[in-house]
Ligand binder design. Structure first.
Ligand SMILES: Nc1nc2c(ncn2[C@@H]2O[C@H](COP(=O)(O)OP(=O)(O)OP(=O)(O)O)[C@@H](O)[C@H]2O)c(=O)[nH]1
Length: 344
């Protein structure tokens, strides 16, 4: 009997809204490999589980907290379930772990590496070219980004379409100062895109989604460099719409949020001028927001294990998660009042 070769595991990290789910969707859209996906989201509801368009893909979701600080047993039990394959028992060709935007992806990789059947092939950390410089210098969140970048095998600059060449050069310089010696690639702005099939797809197709040879194993920093309390620096608040919401009031509410709110994401039944609600993905990264129709996940396989987001986007169900540095999130009753007022 021949021993089964270890399954390669790619850990996808990067700060809140850097583009991890977009990249993952581009990867899945290629349909060339059998992926096992593990998604960890920060907040009480795993919105990413709804946004990942999986096809013939086994997915496990872990919600809340930071995977790197949560119980290793939970993460590794989930990974083992993925590695065993679905009902057909066929193991995936590759496992991709999307960490939450506040996690230390290297720590996630270190825990996964404890499993004998798995082989870490890369910790890939995404950097939003339009926000990286500012966030790296931010008193509240800068350390989280520095740690993520410094412990990466490869840094991918996303959103290069949103910056001019000088802005891109500043972002690259700031990241290089935070993570000296870590390989970094950016796509030409012409191929960057907010949608799947843009930057991420071009990157995946180019075969560059792997670290230069020899760097993957080299970046094992001492354990005391790990911030085990990363998730304590961030707070989240979630809201269930329980019915349709008004588009105009939603936008007014999003733009009225204080700048300390770093990330808003969710799926809501949004009613436009004709009054008919449509399941809509709500994305806000910093001050930049985007509403797009929900593309239903293609689920040829069993529902995601641990999927707390099932039902969201259907039957008038909607939910939003807000994330901010601890102390920067408005009081829960105030948020509740603001968002309750957008209901139809
Ligand atoms: N302009 C532009 N927008 C992008 C790009 N990549 C992603 N986005 C947008 O950025 C927003 C956040 O993208 P996600 O892929 O959800 O980011 P994420 O890292 O998974 O977010 P979290 O899981 O909350 O940390 C979405 O509105 C995307 O459409 C890009 O290359 N250019």
């Amino acid at each position: 009997m021949t021993a089964r070769p270890p399954i390669p595991v790619t850990v996808l990290g990067g700060f809140l809204g850097a583009g991890k789910t977009t990249l993952l969707n581009a990867l899945l859209a290629r349909g060339d490999r059998r992926y096992g996906i593990m998604v960890n989201d920060f907040g009480a509801i795993n919105i990413d589980a709804t946004l990942i368009r999986r096809r013939d893909t086994r997915m496990i979701t872990l919600t809340n907290g930071c995977m790197c600080c949560g119980p290793a047993a939970d993460q590794n039990a989930a990974l083992l379930a993925l590695a065993e394959g679905g009902d057909d028992g066929i193991p995936p060709d590759q496992i991709v772990i999307e960490t939450s935007g506040v996690a230390d992806p290297r720590r996630v990789a270190q825990l996964a590496a404890l499993e004998p059947g798995l082989l870490i092939d890369a910790v890939v950390v995404l950097a939003d070219a339009s926000t990286a410089e500012g966030l790296l210098g931010d008193r509240l969140v800068g350390d989280t980004l520095i740690r993520q970048f410094a412990r990466a095998d490869l840094i991918l600059l996303t959103k290069t379409d949103l910056v001019n060449p000088a802005g891109l050069a500043r972002a690259q310089a700031a990241i290089a100062r935070a993570a000296p010696g870590v390989a970094m690639i950016a796509s030409p702005a012409s191929t960057a895109s907010p949608d799947d099939g843009g930057f991420s797809a071009a990157l995946v197709a180019s075969g560059r989604l792997a670290p230069p040879a020899g760097t993957a194993a080299a970046r094992h920093l001492p354990d005391d460099d790990i911030d085990h309390q990363a998730d304590a620096h961030f707070s989240s608040w979630s809201w269930a719409s329980r019915g349709p919401v008004d588009r105009g009031r939603l936008l007014a509410t999003l733009t009225a949020l204080p700048p300390g709110v770093l990330r808003v994401k969710g799926v809501l039944p949004v009613a436009g001028a004709d009054g008919r609600p449509a399941a809509t993905v709500v994305q806000m990264v910093g001050r930049r927001w985007r509403l797009t129709p929900l593309v239903p996940a293609v689920c040829d396989t069993a529902p995601a294990l641990g999927d707390t987001a099932r039902g969201i986007g259907h039957d008038g169900q909607g939910a939003l998660v807000l994330i901010a540095a601890t102390g920067a999130l408005p009081a829960a009753p105030d948020l509740q009042t603001m968002f309750d007022a957008i209901r139809l």
